[in-house]
Design a protein around this ligand. Structure first.
Ligand code: CP
Ligand code: NVA
Length: 324
């Protein structure tokens, strides 16, 4: 009998049907949170979070989310632990997974998280590697669905670097059946093998970013230089100068197109301030949804499929977390 745990290392680790379940659970979990109703299915459960790169959203959303589910989240970083002093990742995995119920890791090469997961007795979640950022796209697709309904059959335009976030959008397009238009500067094109794609049926690459954005339902981008690639910063600034999402680009997209960015953003580089701070941008919902979707992910990995509890309807006097 296979008793190895499920992990979420790449988007393609889950099926479309499992994502549908996660999105439904995230919706319910979010509504409970908004109404200040307690949902503590993870009492006595511990999530260990290991960060080898900086983070604001990923740390906060996992830490707050785990506590809101009744559990505990413990933060470790490579500087303050034995990881940087050379303890093998396999040994670290053996130890941490004996003291916890799930592990989230943000690291450099994807091989590091795979090596950790191979020795872990508990589920491992990818909180970003050089190659993938599955939790981000879980939140992004959920945010799209909230605003515009099903993503199947839609077109998402990715403008800029074919990085970890782009790779994960590509896997999501295959699994959830939508189209990804990608425009990168020459030399930065998508590498289907590095992205872990099964084929290229859902990918179309464009030399001109305006063509990629044409009639797209969602336009999205990310920093020109990702963490770990800082030495290339000057060259990338020159190479990516024409790959900015600006109002002209949003005008050729679908009239109801949304704009997303995983954040943090460099206004005036990959996106103009008028776009990210404008009416089509849903970046704050996107950031908030990291927490709700990851709570659904933790519930699924630790408890399996939870049946839908009928949420009590909020009474008129129930306060809400929604602000105007
Ligand atoms: N989007 C994202 O992962 O943000 P952080 O780097 O702040 O975690
Ligand atoms: N591509 C970016 C995403 C940050 C959340 C990076 O890896 O730095």
């Amino acid at each position: 009998m296979d008793i190895s745990p499920r992990h979420f290392l790449q988007f393609k680790d889950f099926s479309r049907e499992e994502f549908d379940h996660l999105f439904q659970r995230a919706l319910w979990i979010k509504s409970e949170f908004k109404a200040y109703r307690k949902y503590w299915p993870l009492i006595d459960r511990t999530l260990v979070m290991i960060f080898e790169k900086a983070s604001t959203r990923t740390r906060l959303s996992f830490e707050a989310g785990m506590q809101q589910l009744g559990g505990l989240a413990i933060y470790l970083n490579s500087d303050d632990s034995q990881i940087k002093r050379g303890e093998p990742i396999e040994d670290t995995a053996q130890v941490i997974s004996r003291m916890s119920d799930a592990v989230m890791i943000r690291t450099f090469g994807h091989d590091r998280i795979e090596r950790f997961a191979a020795c872990s007795r508990v589920p491992v979640i990818n909180g970003l590697t050089n190659e993938h950022h599955p939790c981000q796209i879980l939140a992004d697709v959920f945010t799209f669905i909230e605003h515009r309904g099903p993503i199947q059959g839609k077109t998402v335009a990715w403008i800029g670097d074919s990085n970890n976030v782009c790779n994960t959008w590509l896997q999501a397009a295959e699994i959830l059946d939508f189209k990804l238009h990608v425009s990168t500067p020459p030399g930065y094109e998508v590498a289907p093998e590095r992205a872990g794609l099964r084929g290229t049926a859902h990918l179309e690459q464009f030399a001109d970013p305006m063509d990629a954005a044409h009639l797209a339902d969602l336009v999205t981008t990310d920093v020109w230089t990702s963490m770990g690639f800082e030495a290339e910063n000057d060259r990338r600034r020159r190479d990516f100068a024409a790959w900015q999402v600006n109002p002209e680009m949003m005008r050729v997209a679908h009239p109801e197109a949304l704009f997303m960015h995983c954040l943090p953003v460099h206004r005036g580089e990959e996106v103009a301030a008028e776009v990210i701070d404008g009416p089509q941008s849903v970046v704050w919902d996107e950031a908030e949804n990291r927490m709700h979707t990851q709570k659904a992910l933790l519930e699924f990995l630790l408890l399996g499929r939870v049946d839908f509890a009928a949420a009590p309807s909020p009474s008129a006097s129930t306060p809400s977390r929604e602000l105007p």
